[in-house]
Design a binder for this molecule. Structure first.
Ligand code: 5GP
Length: 187
């Protein structure tokens, strides 16, 4: 039987460039897989169903909750997001390595649920809340949560940073990436 896999989870307030770090790492390390989660939010331009997410309806999501289809799920800015058991639990048993961004509630759930040896956790902090606000303002406008909501959510998320194996402050993207990569590959 092959060695067990690991899941590396990456949390941090929106605007903390979690996905930039994840995308770069996955391009360079093909033995890591992005486990596609399910969500009820609408696909953004450039997103493809089944790649970034399985974009499903609220009814489909709630049916999956009832049928115990999720390892964890959370409501984030009024939309459901959930890690699929069928992808992650089976993959870990098969020795697959996963790298996934997740919100703080989902991160806490997985920390409680999974064996410590199966999980590594990374928190990405913005250098300051002012800078986070600037980054959020520079992003394309979305429906849903406004900037103020995201800032207050960010404050709440940052209070949970101490729960993670490593807290990387994203002051400089290249340096943050080096710490991110080294942690995943060597810890
Ligand atoms: P976005 O809509 O910008 O892709 O993601 C919004 C938030 O949901 C981000 O914090 C992202 O990390 C989180 N998220 C993405 N997938 C999952 C998931 O499967 N479970 C949980 N709990 N959060 C997720």
């Amino acid at each position: 039987m092959s060695e067990r896999g690991k899941i590396v989870i990456v949390a941090g307030p929106s605007g903390s460039v979690k996905s930039t770090l994840i995308t770069k790492f996955l391009k360079e390390h093909s033995h890591y897989i992005f486990p596609t989660s399910a969500t009820t939010r609408k696909a953004r331009p450039g997103e493809t169903n089944g790649v970034q997410y399985h974009f499903i309806t609220t009814e489909e999501f709630e049916n999956s909750i009832e049928n115990d289809g999720f390892l964890e799920w959370a409501l984030v800015y009024d939309h459901y997001y959930g890690t699929l058991k069928s992808t992650v639990q089976i993959g870990l048993n098969e020795g697959k390595h996963f790298l996934k961004d997740i919100d703080i509630q989902g991160a806490k759930s997985l920390m409680n649920l999974l064996d410590k040896n199966d999980l590594k956790s990374i928190f990405i902090s913005p250098p300051s809340l002012d800078l986070l606000k600037e980054r959020l303002l520079a992003r394309p406008k979305e429906d849903g949560a406004n900037i103020e909501t995201r800032i207050s959510e960010a404050k709440k998320e940052m209070e949970g940073a101490y729960l993670f194996d490593i807290n990387i402050i994203n002051d400089n993207l290249d340096e943050a990436y080096e710490s991110f990569k080294n942690f995943i590959l060597t810890s």
